[in-house]
Write a protein that binds this ligand. Structure first.
Ligand code: SF4
Length: 435
Protein backbone atom coordinates (compact mmCIF):
# COMPACT_ATOMS: atom_id res chain seq x y z
CA UNK A 1 0.00 0.00 0.00
CA UNK A 2 1.32 3.49 -0.89
CA UNK A 3 1.92 5.65 2.19
CA UNK A 4 0.94 9.28 2.05
CA UNK A 5 2.83 12.15 3.57
CA UNK A 6 0.84 13.64 6.46
CA UNK A 7 1.39 17.32 7.27
CA UNK A 8 0.53 17.56 10.93
CA UNK A 9 0.90 20.65 13.08
CA UNK A 10 1.67 19.95 16.72
CA UNK A 11 -0.94 21.16 19.22
CA UNK A 12 0.95 21.91 22.45
CA UNK A 13 -0.07 20.09 25.61
CA UNK A 14 -0.94 23.30 27.45
CA UNK A 15 -3.37 24.19 24.65
CA UNK A 16 -4.98 20.77 24.95
CA UNK A 17 -5.42 21.12 28.69
CA UNK A 18 -6.80 24.65 28.36
CA UNK A 19 -9.11 23.53 25.55
CA UNK A 20 -10.50 20.70 27.64
CA UNK A 21 -11.33 22.97 30.56
CA UNK A 22 -12.55 25.88 28.46
CA UNK A 23 -14.78 23.71 26.28
CA UNK A 24 -16.48 22.26 29.38
CA UNK A 25 -16.98 25.70 30.85
CA UNK A 26 -18.30 27.04 27.56
CA UNK A 27 -20.70 24.12 27.24
CA UNK A 28 -21.95 24.67 30.75
CA UNK A 29 -22.38 28.43 30.31
CA UNK A 30 -23.95 28.23 26.84
CA UNK A 31 -26.28 25.44 27.87
CA UNK A 32 -27.40 27.43 30.91
CA UNK A 33 -27.93 30.49 28.73
CA UNK A 34 -30.11 28.63 26.23
CA UNK A 35 -32.03 26.74 28.92
CA UNK A 36 -32.99 30.07 30.44
CA UNK A 37 -33.78 31.53 27.04
CA UNK A 38 -36.08 28.62 26.20
CA UNK A 39 -38.26 29.49 29.19
CA UNK A 40 -38.85 33.02 27.96
CA UNK A 41 -41.62 33.82 25.58
CA UNK A 42 -41.81 36.94 23.51
CA UNK A 43 -43.59 40.19 24.19
CA UNK A 44 -44.88 41.01 20.69
CA UNK A 45 -45.01 44.76 21.31
CA UNK A 46 -41.49 44.88 22.71
CA UNK A 47 -40.26 42.73 19.83
CA UNK A 48 -41.70 45.05 17.20
CA UNK A 49 -40.32 48.06 19.06
CA UNK A 50 -36.83 46.54 19.19
CA UNK A 51 -36.82 45.48 15.54
CA UNK A 52 -38.00 48.98 14.66
CA UNK A 53 -35.00 50.42 16.51
CA UNK A 54 -32.51 48.40 14.40
CA UNK A 55 -30.22 50.79 12.57
CA UNK A 56 -26.84 50.59 10.86
CA UNK A 57 -25.18 47.66 9.09
CA UNK A 58 -26.69 44.21 9.46
CA UNK A 59 -26.34 40.72 8.08
CA UNK A 60 -29.59 38.90 7.32
CA UNK A 61 -29.95 35.13 7.76
CA UNK A 62 -32.73 33.21 6.02
CA UNK A 63 -33.46 29.58 6.80
CA UNK A 64 -34.73 27.25 4.07
CA UNK A 65 -35.65 24.03 5.87
CA UNK A 66 -36.33 21.50 3.10
CA UNK A 67 -33.89 18.76 2.08
CA UNK A 68 -33.63 15.76 -0.20
CA UNK A 69 -34.46 12.40 1.31
CA UNK A 70 -33.13 10.75 3.32
CA UNK A 71 -32.29 13.40 5.87
CA UNK A 72 -28.73 13.12 7.17
CA UNK A 73 -28.51 11.42 10.53
CA UNK A 74 -25.64 13.61 11.84
CA UNK A 75 -27.48 16.86 11.09
CA UNK A 76 -28.66 19.17 13.84
CA UNK A 77 -30.34 21.87 11.78
CA UNK A 78 -34.06 22.33 11.54
CA UNK A 79 -34.92 20.47 8.37
CA UNK A 80 -37.79 18.58 6.78
CA UNK A 81 -37.98 16.23 3.81
CA UNK A 82 -39.04 18.13 0.68
CA UNK A 83 -42.78 18.29 0.18
CA UNK A 84 -44.03 20.42 -2.66
CA UNK A 85 -47.12 21.88 -0.99
CA UNK A 86 -45.41 22.57 2.34
CA UNK A 87 -42.47 24.11 0.53
CA UNK A 88 -44.76 26.39 -1.48
CA UNK A 89 -46.56 27.50 1.68
CA UNK A 90 -43.24 28.14 3.38
CA UNK A 91 -41.97 30.35 0.56
CA UNK A 92 -45.24 32.32 0.56
CA UNK A 93 -44.93 32.93 4.29
CA UNK A 94 -41.26 33.82 3.94
CA UNK A 95 -42.03 36.45 1.31
CA UNK A 96 -44.60 37.89 3.67
CA UNK A 97 -42.10 37.93 6.53
CA UNK A 98 -39.53 39.71 4.32
CA UNK A 99 -42.08 42.50 3.68
CA UNK A 100 -42.87 42.71 7.39
CA UNK A 101 -39.20 43.01 8.32
CA UNK A 102 -38.42 45.60 5.66
CA UNK A 103 -41.33 47.79 6.73
CA UNK A 104 -40.41 47.42 10.42
CA UNK A 105 -36.60 47.59 10.47
CA UNK A 106 -36.51 50.59 8.17
CA UNK A 107 -33.23 51.86 9.60
CA UNK A 108 -31.35 48.57 9.08
CA UNK A 109 -28.99 48.47 6.15
CA UNK A 110 -28.66 44.86 4.99
CA UNK A 111 -25.18 44.35 3.57
CA UNK A 112 -25.00 40.60 3.49
CA UNK A 113 -27.61 37.91 3.02
CA UNK A 114 -26.83 34.36 4.16
CA UNK A 115 -29.19 31.64 3.10
CA UNK A 116 -28.78 28.41 4.97
CA UNK A 117 -30.76 25.34 5.69
CA UNK A 118 -31.86 22.76 5.06
CA UNK A 119 -30.99 22.80 1.39
CA UNK A 120 -31.69 26.19 -0.21
CA UNK A 121 -30.72 24.83 -3.65
CA UNK A 122 -33.50 22.24 -3.60
CA UNK A 123 -35.60 24.67 -5.67
CA UNK A 124 -33.38 27.37 -7.15
CA UNK A 125 -36.30 29.25 -8.69
CA UNK A 126 -37.90 29.79 -5.27
CA UNK A 127 -34.49 30.70 -3.92
CA UNK A 128 -34.08 33.35 -6.62
CA UNK A 129 -37.54 34.74 -5.77
CA UNK A 130 -36.50 35.07 -2.14
CA UNK A 131 -33.24 36.83 -3.05
CA UNK A 132 -35.09 39.22 -5.39
CA UNK A 133 -37.62 39.96 -2.66
CA UNK A 134 -34.86 40.85 -0.18
CA UNK A 135 -33.16 43.14 -2.72
CA UNK A 136 -36.42 44.83 -3.57
CA UNK A 137 -37.51 45.21 0.05
CA UNK A 138 -34.22 46.48 1.46
CA UNK A 139 -32.75 48.16 -1.61
CA UNK A 140 -29.05 48.77 -2.10
CA UNK A 141 -26.32 46.31 -2.82
CA UNK A 142 -26.66 43.04 -0.93
CA UNK A 143 -23.92 40.42 -1.06
CA UNK A 144 -25.51 36.97 -1.23
CA UNK A 145 -24.15 33.70 0.10
CA UNK A 146 -26.08 30.47 -0.17
CA UNK A 147 -25.64 26.83 0.70
CA UNK A 148 -26.18 24.13 -1.91
CA UNK A 149 -26.33 20.38 -2.19
CA UNK A 150 -23.90 19.21 -4.92
CA UNK A 151 -26.57 17.10 -6.57
CA UNK A 152 -28.68 20.23 -7.29
CA UNK A 153 -25.89 22.00 -9.16
CA UNK A 154 -26.74 21.59 -12.84
CA UNK A 155 -26.00 24.06 -15.67
CA UNK A 156 -29.51 25.42 -15.31
CA UNK A 157 -29.30 25.81 -11.51
CA UNK A 158 -25.93 27.55 -11.72
CA UNK A 159 -27.25 29.98 -14.27
CA UNK A 160 -30.29 30.77 -12.05
CA UNK A 161 -28.02 31.34 -9.04
CA UNK A 162 -25.72 33.60 -11.03
CA UNK A 163 -28.61 35.63 -12.40
CA UNK A 164 -29.93 36.01 -8.85
CA UNK A 165 -26.59 37.60 -7.94
CA UNK A 166 -25.22 34.89 -5.65
CA UNK A 167 -21.58 35.74 -5.01
CA UNK A 168 -20.65 33.04 -2.54
CA UNK A 169 -21.66 29.43 -2.99
CA UNK A 170 -21.11 27.02 -0.15
CA UNK A 171 -21.40 23.38 -1.18
CA UNK A 172 -22.30 20.81 1.44
CA UNK A 173 -19.75 18.14 0.61
CA UNK A 174 -19.20 16.67 4.10
CA UNK A 175 -16.99 13.78 2.92
CA UNK A 176 -15.04 12.79 -0.17
CA UNK A 177 -15.01 9.08 0.54
CA UNK A 178 -18.21 7.14 -0.02
CA UNK A 179 -17.46 5.13 3.12
CA UNK A 180 -17.31 8.27 5.27
CA UNK A 181 -20.53 9.58 3.69
CA UNK A 182 -22.21 6.32 4.66
CA UNK A 183 -20.82 6.44 8.14
CA UNK A 184 -22.02 10.01 8.59
CA UNK A 185 -25.48 9.04 7.40
CA UNK A 186 -25.22 11.45 4.47
CA UNK A 187 -27.06 9.56 1.78
CA UNK A 188 -28.63 12.29 -0.31
CA UNK A 189 -25.65 12.88 -2.58
CA UNK A 190 -22.64 10.91 -3.79
CA UNK A 191 -18.95 11.66 -4.08
CA UNK A 192 -19.38 11.75 -7.89
CA UNK A 193 -21.97 14.55 -7.43
CA UNK A 194 -19.33 16.56 -5.59
CA UNK A 195 -16.60 16.29 -8.23
CA UNK A 196 -19.07 17.07 -11.00
CA UNK A 197 -20.51 20.07 -9.11
CA UNK A 198 -17.14 21.55 -8.17
CA UNK A 199 -16.01 21.30 -11.76
CA UNK A 200 -19.20 22.94 -12.96
CA UNK A 201 -19.10 25.96 -10.63
CA UNK A 202 -15.37 26.61 -11.07
CA UNK A 203 -14.80 30.33 -11.80
CA UNK A 204 -18.51 31.12 -11.83
CA UNK A 205 -18.85 32.66 -8.36
CA UNK A 206 -16.70 35.13 -6.45
CA UNK A 207 -16.16 32.59 -3.67
CA UNK A 208 -16.76 28.86 -3.69
CA UNK A 209 -16.61 27.10 -0.35
CA UNK A 210 -16.99 23.44 0.46
CA UNK A 211 -17.88 22.06 3.89
CA UNK A 212 -16.19 18.93 5.21
CA UNK A 213 -17.04 17.17 8.45
CA UNK A 214 -14.42 15.54 10.66
CA UNK A 215 -14.40 13.74 13.96
CA UNK A 216 -16.33 10.61 13.06
CA UNK A 217 -15.45 7.88 15.55
CA UNK A 218 -13.48 5.91 12.97
CA UNK A 219 -11.46 8.97 11.85
CA UNK A 220 -7.72 8.63 12.32
CA UNK A 221 -5.04 11.20 11.49
CA UNK A 222 -4.31 9.32 8.25
CA UNK A 223 -8.00 9.26 7.18
CA UNK A 224 -8.50 12.95 7.99
CA UNK A 225 -5.24 13.87 6.24
CA UNK A 226 -6.44 12.06 3.11
CA UNK A 227 -9.82 13.79 3.21
CA UNK A 228 -8.27 17.20 3.89
CA UNK A 229 -5.72 16.74 1.09
CA UNK A 230 -8.48 15.82 -1.37
CA UNK A 231 -10.69 18.73 -0.34
CA UNK A 232 -7.88 21.28 -0.39
CA UNK A 233 -6.76 20.10 -3.85
CA UNK A 234 -10.12 20.94 -5.39
CA UNK A 235 -10.42 24.21 -7.33
CA UNK A 236 -12.26 26.06 -4.54
CA UNK A 237 -11.51 29.21 -2.55
CA UNK A 238 -12.30 27.87 0.89
CA UNK A 239 -12.71 24.62 2.72
CA UNK A 240 -14.57 24.81 6.02
CA UNK A 241 -13.81 21.87 8.30
CA UNK A 242 -16.68 21.48 10.72
CA UNK A 243 -16.17 19.20 13.67
CA UNK A 244 -19.00 16.75 14.10
CA UNK A 245 -21.39 18.38 16.57
CA UNK A 246 -24.15 15.85 17.09
CA UNK A 247 -27.47 17.26 18.19
CA UNK A 248 -27.25 16.17 21.79
CA UNK A 249 -30.31 15.16 23.75
CA UNK A 250 -30.21 16.60 27.24
CA UNK A 251 -29.10 13.29 28.78
CA UNK A 252 -26.53 12.71 26.08
CA UNK A 253 -25.16 16.16 26.72
CA UNK A 254 -24.60 15.30 30.37
CA UNK A 255 -22.69 12.21 29.29
CA UNK A 256 -20.58 14.20 26.85
CA UNK A 257 -19.65 16.69 29.51
CA UNK A 258 -18.24 13.88 31.64
CA UNK A 259 -16.43 12.37 28.68
CA UNK A 260 -14.81 15.64 27.67
CA UNK A 261 -13.65 15.97 24.07
CA UNK A 262 -15.62 13.33 22.24
CA UNK A 263 -12.95 12.15 19.84
CA UNK A 264 -9.92 10.75 21.66
CA UNK A 265 -7.56 12.08 18.96
CA UNK A 266 -9.32 15.38 18.42
CA UNK A 267 -6.17 17.50 18.81
CA UNK A 268 -4.30 15.36 16.30
CA UNK A 269 -7.14 15.46 13.77
CA UNK A 270 -7.23 19.24 14.10
CA UNK A 271 -3.43 19.42 13.78
CA UNK A 272 -3.62 17.40 10.57
CA UNK A 273 -6.28 19.67 9.06
CA UNK A 274 -4.26 22.75 9.89
CA UNK A 275 -1.05 21.18 8.62
CA UNK A 276 -2.59 20.11 5.32
CA UNK A 277 -4.15 23.55 4.82
CA UNK A 278 -1.00 25.52 5.61
CA UNK A 279 1.15 23.28 3.43
CA UNK A 280 -1.13 24.10 0.47
CA UNK A 281 -1.12 27.88 0.93
CA UNK A 282 -4.49 28.15 2.71
CA UNK A 283 -4.75 30.36 5.79
CA UNK A 284 -7.29 30.09 8.59
CA UNK A 285 -10.02 32.77 8.39
CA UNK A 286 -11.49 31.13 11.50
CA UNK A 287 -10.25 27.98 13.25
CA UNK A 288 -12.49 25.99 10.88
CA UNK A 289 -12.44 27.93 7.63
CA UNK A 290 -9.28 27.47 5.55
CA UNK A 291 -9.17 30.18 2.99
CA UNK A 292 -7.15 31.21 -0.06
CA UNK A 293 -7.81 34.92 0.41
CA UNK A 294 -11.55 35.67 0.28
CA UNK A 295 -13.23 37.00 3.37
CA UNK A 296 -16.93 36.15 3.24
CA UNK A 297 -17.22 33.05 5.39
CA UNK A 298 -19.94 30.71 6.66
CA UNK A 299 -19.91 32.11 10.16
CA UNK A 300 -21.42 35.51 9.36
CA UNK A 301 -21.62 36.22 13.11
CA UNK A 302 -17.86 36.74 12.99
CA UNK A 303 -18.18 39.76 10.74
CA UNK A 304 -21.49 41.06 12.08
CA UNK A 305 -22.37 41.36 15.72
CA UNK A 306 -25.83 42.53 14.67
CA UNK A 307 -27.90 40.27 12.48
CA UNK A 308 -31.54 39.79 11.64
CA UNK A 309 -33.07 36.41 10.94
CA UNK A 310 -36.00 35.25 8.87
CA UNK A 311 -37.64 31.89 8.59
CA UNK A 312 -38.12 28.94 10.85
CA UNK A 313 -35.49 28.55 13.63
CA UNK A 314 -33.76 31.84 12.76
CA UNK A 315 -31.81 33.50 15.58
CA UNK A 316 -31.33 37.28 15.44
CA UNK A 317 -29.48 39.82 17.52
CA UNK A 318 -30.28 43.53 17.70
CA UNK A 319 -27.98 45.21 20.22
CA UNK A 320 -28.36 43.19 23.41
CA UNK A 321 -31.70 41.76 22.33
CA UNK A 322 -31.70 38.13 21.14
CA UNK A 323 -34.68 36.56 19.45
CA UNK A 324 -35.53 33.10 18.17
CA UNK A 325 -38.15 32.15 15.59
CA UNK A 326 -40.46 29.18 15.89
CA UNK A 327 -39.21 25.66 15.12
CA UNK A 328 -42.58 24.44 13.86
CA UNK A 329 -43.50 24.66 10.17
CA UNK A 330 -47.22 24.89 10.93
CA UNK A 331 -46.74 27.60 13.51
CA UNK A 332 -44.42 29.50 11.21
CA UNK A 333 -46.99 30.10 8.48
CA UNK A 334 -49.75 30.81 11.00
CA UNK A 335 -47.73 33.33 13.02
CA UNK A 336 -46.52 35.16 9.94
CA UNK A 337 -50.10 35.33 8.65
CA UNK A 338 -51.47 36.56 11.96
CA UNK A 339 -48.86 39.12 13.04
CA UNK A 340 -46.10 39.34 10.40
CA UNK A 341 -43.30 37.71 12.42
CA UNK A 342 -42.76 34.15 13.74
CA UNK A 343 -40.67 34.98 16.82
CA UNK A 344 -41.40 32.88 19.92
CA UNK A 345 -38.50 33.90 22.19
CA UNK A 346 -37.19 37.42 22.68
CA UNK A 347 -35.00 38.61 25.50
CA UNK A 348 -32.44 41.22 26.48
CA UNK A 349 -29.21 39.53 27.56
CA UNK A 350 -27.05 40.64 30.48
CA UNK A 351 -24.02 42.87 29.88
CA UNK A 352 -21.73 39.98 30.83
CA UNK A 353 -23.31 37.58 28.33
CA UNK A 354 -23.26 40.29 25.70
CA UNK A 355 -19.58 41.03 26.31
CA UNK A 356 -18.60 37.36 26.31
CA UNK A 357 -20.50 36.74 23.09
CA UNK A 358 -19.01 39.79 21.39
CA UNK A 359 -15.47 38.97 22.54
CA UNK A 360 -15.63 35.33 21.66
CA UNK A 361 -16.97 35.91 18.14
CA UNK A 362 -14.16 38.43 17.56
CA UNK A 363 -11.66 35.83 18.75
CA UNK A 364 -13.23 33.18 16.54
CA UNK A 365 -12.65 35.62 13.65
CA UNK A 366 -9.01 35.52 14.87
CA UNK A 367 -8.98 39.11 16.15
CA UNK A 368 -7.81 39.95 19.62
CA UNK A 369 -8.40 42.23 21.45
CA UNK A 370 -11.91 42.78 20.09
CA UNK A 371 -12.16 46.21 18.43
CA UNK A 372 -14.87 47.71 20.65
CA UNK A 373 -14.14 45.96 23.95
CA UNK A 374 -13.72 49.32 25.72
CA UNK A 375 -17.50 49.73 25.42
CA UNK A 376 -17.70 47.37 28.39
CA UNK A 377 -15.52 49.50 30.65
CA UNK A 378 -13.44 47.89 33.37
CA UNK A 379 -14.83 44.36 32.86
CA UNK A 380 -14.05 44.64 29.13
CA UNK A 381 -10.51 45.66 29.96
CA UNK A 382 -10.10 42.75 32.37
CA UNK A 383 -11.43 40.25 29.85
CA UNK A 384 -9.18 41.62 27.10
CA UNK A 385 -6.12 41.40 29.39
CA UNK A 386 -6.93 37.85 30.52
CA UNK A 387 -7.48 36.79 26.91
CA UNK A 388 -4.16 38.37 25.87
CA UNK A 389 -2.34 36.56 28.69
CA UNK A 390 -3.83 33.20 27.64
CA UNK A 391 -2.93 33.83 24.00
CA UNK A 392 0.61 34.78 24.96
CA UNK A 393 0.87 31.51 26.90
CA UNK A 394 -0.07 29.77 23.67
CA UNK A 395 2.67 31.54 21.75
CA UNK A 396 0.89 34.56 20.23
CA UNK A 397 3.05 37.62 19.76
CA UNK A 398 2.24 40.47 22.12
CA UNK A 399 0.95 43.51 20.25
CA UNK A 400 -0.26 41.55 17.24
CA UNK A 401 -4.03 41.52 16.96
CA UNK A 402 -4.14 38.54 14.60
CA UNK A 403 -4.42 35.09 16.19
CA UNK A 404 -2.27 32.59 14.31
CA UNK A 405 -0.80 29.95 16.62
CA UNK A 406 -2.01 26.32 16.40
CA UNK A 407 -2.61 26.15 20.16
CA UNK A 408 -4.86 29.24 20.12
CA UNK A 409 -6.74 27.98 17.06
CA UNK A 410 -7.35 24.65 18.76
CA UNK A 411 -8.58 26.36 21.92
CA UNK A 412 -11.01 28.54 19.94
CA UNK A 413 -12.21 25.52 17.96
CA UNK A 414 -12.99 23.66 21.19
CA UNK A 415 -14.94 26.54 22.70
CA UNK A 416 -16.94 27.19 19.53
CA UNK A 417 -17.82 23.52 19.23
CA UNK A 418 -19.24 23.61 22.75
CA UNK A 419 -21.28 26.72 22.01
CA UNK A 420 -22.71 25.14 18.87
CA UNK A 421 -23.52 21.97 20.77
CA UNK A 422 -25.59 24.09 23.12
CA UNK A 423 -27.30 25.78 20.15
CA UNK A 424 -28.04 22.27 18.87
CA UNK A 425 -29.67 21.50 22.17
CA UNK A 426 -31.92 24.53 21.66
CA UNK A 427 -32.78 23.32 18.15
CA UNK A 428 -33.45 19.79 19.29
CA UNK A 429 -35.67 20.97 22.10
CA UNK A 430 -37.43 23.43 19.79
CA UNK A 431 -38.14 20.68 17.26
CA UNK A 432 -39.31 18.19 19.89
CA UNK A 433 -41.62 20.57 21.69
CA UNK A 434 -42.50 22.49 18.51
CA UNK A 435 -42.11 25.87 20.12
S1 SF4 B 1 -26.84 18.06 6.51
FE1 SF4 B 1 -27.75 19.46 5.05
S2 SF4 B 1 -28.70 18.07 3.54
FE2 SF4 B 1 -28.33 16.84 5.36
S3 SF4 B 1 -30.27 16.94 6.50
FE3 SF4 B 1 -28.88 18.54 7.30
S4 SF4 B 1 -29.43 20.37 6.21
FE4 SF4 B 1 -30.27 18.64 5.08
Amino acid sequence: MRSIEVHEVHIPRRARLLAKTASRMALYAAERFFKRLIKRGVDPEEHVKTIRSASGHYALYIHMPFCHRPLCTFCCFVRYPFHEKRHREYIDALLQEISWLASTAEGAHIETLYIGGGTPSIDVYSLARVIDAVREAFGGKVQVSTEANPRDLTDEAVSVLRSAGVSRLSIGVQALEQKRLLELGRLNNTVEDVYRAVDLVKGKFETVNIDIIWGIRSDTPAVVAREAARALSLPVDQVTFYPLMPAPGLRELEKKRREGPWHPLEHRLYGVILGEALSRGFRPATPWCMDRGSRLIDEYVVDYDKFLALGISGIGRVGSYVYVNTFSLEKYSRLVRERGFPTVIGSMVSTNSDMLYYSFTAAFGLRWPPPRIDLYGLRGYLLASTGSAVLKLLGERRGSNKITQPGSLYLLHSIQRSIYMAVNMLREYGMQVQI
